[in-house]
Design a protein around this ligand. Structure first.
Ligand SMILES: Nc1ncnc2c1ncn2[C@@H]1O[C@H](COP(=O)(O)OP(=O)(O)O)[C@@H](O)[C@H]1O
Ligand SMILES: [Mg+2]
Length: 261
């Protein structure tokens, strides 16, 4: 079997006395889409941020494309260029046009000349269906369009893997679909993706694997059919039932049958 594109081994992360990640082991193979689900505060964002070293792990290893990012001698800027990240907040520069938002990091980080950066920006705006917004400012776009620009900006850097942290959580419901459609296209094209999301339909249909985290550990890791369709742990069932029906979960919480807690 080929080396995994992302490999996380015994990853720990503490903030002061708060141990947020308590020994995560995870791998994502080339072309795989792994959705990470779990309650708020379970460490999902911290995990993604450790994978591209926006946070420094307290212990353990992170390898991307075979390069150990946690090696003190690694060229972290070079390693990070292989990783695109999309956040819940789009983080576009409001004073720059859509095209300028895409060309700036290419020119600064990759030292591309103006013409190549503009060409690659145009290609990637086309990919996310926003070619006609090239000269618009972010404020003139809907949240869904801004998030697609943020995705195009990440893609323009030519990443080998893409990390998404709740990319649709800040969007009005009617705008979620367009963003998910772009992510689905990337998955179909064979992009390696780690996606933190509460969109269970997306996870079921697009993910090769679903990872359920709670309390800084991976509780379940399997196919969507296993983890969402037939979870093996009470904690997973409880989380899913709350997503699907918050009122029902309240009632469940009051029942004494909480074997694995
Ligand atoms: N930079 C930080 N400094 C201190 N505590 C943090 C920081 N980032 C996250 N945490 C804490 O880590 C825990 C997990 O947070 P997070 O990874 O954001 O969870 P999730 O994304 O699953 O909601 C929370 O208790 C949060 O307060
Ligand atoms: Mg989070």
């Amino acid at each position: 079997m080929s080396t995994p594109e992302i490999l996380v081994r015994d990853l720990h992360k503490s903030f002061g006395a708060n141990e947020v990640l308590r020994g995560i082991d995870l791998e994502v193979r080339r072309g795989e889409v792994v959705c990470v689900i779990g309650p708020s505060g379970s460490g999902k964002s911290t995990l993604l941020r450790c994978v591209n070293l926006l946070e420094e792990p307290s212990r353990g290893q992170v390898l991307v494309g075979g390069t150990e990012l946690t090696d003190p001698d690694v060229d972290i800027d070079a390693a990070r260029r292989r990783i695109g990240m999309v956040f819940q907040q789009f983080n576009l520069f409001p004073h720059l046009t859509v095209t300028e938002n895409l060309t700036l990091p290419q020119r600064r980080v990759l030292k591309r000349d103006r013409a190549s950066a503009a060409r690659i920006a145009a290609e990637n705006l086309q990919r996310v269906g926003l070619a006609e917004k090239a000269d618009a400012y972010p404020a003139a776009l809907s949240g869904g369009q801004q998030q697609r620009v943020a995705i195009a900006r990440a893609l323009a850097m030519g990443p080998e893997v893409m990390l998404f942290d709740e990319p649709t959580s800040a969007l009005d419901p009617e705008l979620v679909g367009d963003v998910l459609a772009v992510m689905r296209m990337l998955a179909d094209e064979g992009m390696t993706m780690m996606v933190v999301t509460h969109e269970m339909t997306f996870a079921r249909e697009v993910a090769d694997r679903v990872v359920f985290m709670d309390g800084g550990v991976v509780v379940e890791d399997g196919t969507p059919e296993q983890v969402i369709g037939d979870p093996g742990h009470e904690r997973t069932r409880h989380f899913l039932s709350r997503l699907l029906d918050p009122a029902m979960a309240e009632m469940e919480q009051e029942s004494p049958d909480r074997a694995d807690r």
